[in-house]
Ligand binder design. Structure first.
Ligand SMILES: Nc1nc2c(ncn2[C@@H]2O[C@H](COP(=O)(O)OP(=O)(O)O)[C@@H](O)[C@H]2O)c(=O)[nH]1
Ligand SMILES: [Mg+2]
Length: 323
């Protein structure tokens, strides 16, 4: 490197840029892990189980040159029930009004096409789409070159990709060049959010999500899908621990004892793992109370979906850009 080169790319005369980037891809490709890695802060919960992300979440990354609002979305898949349909619609809605889309894939699934509704939405949004190949830490480099991955995905999706990036969200590799390329596609303009802000979601939402993440980590089969969490109370107290009460809703009476565990052991484990994460988030000691309640077949019930914050029509949509 030339020693005379400026230490940073951000020459003072260069204008600030800001905009939205949607993360789109099948369940489990690592969208939420990438979001957290790009922010260097955990805003979205992660698990090896599909359908972990159930709603759109903004992760806001601000540096001295730009502010990128990453929009994490539920995985796109063929819907099997009302709730699946809801998840798919939330994911596709996130494409509206963004400046750039990251279409995320896993290397060995480059030739698997997007579900038709997602491919159509991607074509309709008329924004530059980057092919982001994640989990490259697992990839034998010789088996798939960038060019091959690009060709396979472009043919499968019928999309003209504006760039291909190999990353590992887990090991945080390849992220700098992704951000740099993204920056140049954003319009010039001031920050859209307070530069200190990391997400559009409040502590109540994030606390409920953290509890759900621990439930996902310790349960199997249908339980992860049958659980919805809701923060009933988040009382901030000066000079005392914050009081946080989260209810874990299950679909059937038979699921309740599984979550409570023998002598309350499961609930205790979930609580003892969730509490430090919530404390880290709010920077204050927390007293966490967990409750388990049955809400019969909530995934099929419009009232319950609304009550748990799953609104049929996109809430607080991102700012629209003129097409
Ligand atoms: N090896 C590896 N695993 C990853 C990477 N990114 C995510 N994962 C794992 O993939 C699983 C799904 O990740 P998640 O972010 O929840 O995927 P999402 O459903 O697309 O949001 C989790 O077990 C992650 O730890 C990566 O770059 N490399
Ligand atoms: Mg996710």
């Amino acid at each position: 490197m030339n020693e005379a080169a400026p230490p940073s790319l951000s020459a003072p005369s260069e204008s600030f840029r800001s905009g939205f980037v949607a993360l789109l891809g099948e369940p489990n490709v690592g969208k939420s892990t990438l979001l957290n890695a790009l922010l260097d802060f955990k805003v979205a919960i992660v698990s090896p189980k599909p359908q972990t992300t159930r709603d759109r979440i903004f992760g806001i990354r601000t540096d001295e040159t730009c502010q990128i609002v990453f929009v994490d979305t539920p995985g796109v898949m063929e819907p099997h029930d009302r709730f699946n349909e809801y998840l798919r619609d939330r994911a596709l809605e996130a494409l509206r009004g963004v400046d750039v889309v990251y279409r995320m894939i896993e290397p060995e699934r480059a030739n698997v096409p997007l579900p038709p509704a997602a491919a159509e939405a991607l074509a309709r949004c008329r924004r530059p789409v980057f092919l982001v190949v994640n989990k490259c830490d697992l990839l034998d480099e010789s088996k798939a070159t960038e060019k091959e991955l690009h060709a396979a995905a472009a043919a499968a999706d019928g999309v003209e990709y504006a760039g291909v990036f190999r990353v590992s969200a887990l090991e945080r590799t390849g992220l700098d060049s992704l951000i740099e390329a993204t920056r140049f596609l954003l319009p010039e303009g001031p920050p859209l959010y307070d530069p200190e802000q990391m997400t559009d979601r409040d502590l109540r939402f994030l606390a409920a999500e953290i509890v759900r993440e621990k439930v996902l980590a310790h349960t199997a089969q249908e339980i992860p899908y049958a659980v919805a969490t809701r923060t009933e109370e988040f009382r901030e107290r000066e000079g005392a621990k914050h009081f946080v009460c989260v209810t874990i809703h299950v679909e059937h009476e038979s699921q309740k004892p599984i979550l409570i565990g023998a002598g309350g052991a499961m609930l205790k484990k979930i609580g003892s793992e969730a509490r430090p994460d919530i404390e880290q988030l709010c920077g204050h000691p927390v007293f966490l109370e967990l409750r388990v309640k049955v809400r019969k077949n909530w995934r099929k019930n419009e009232d319950a979906l609304r009550e748990f914050g799953f609104r049929p029509e996109g809430r607080g949509r991102q700012r629209r850009r003129k097409a």
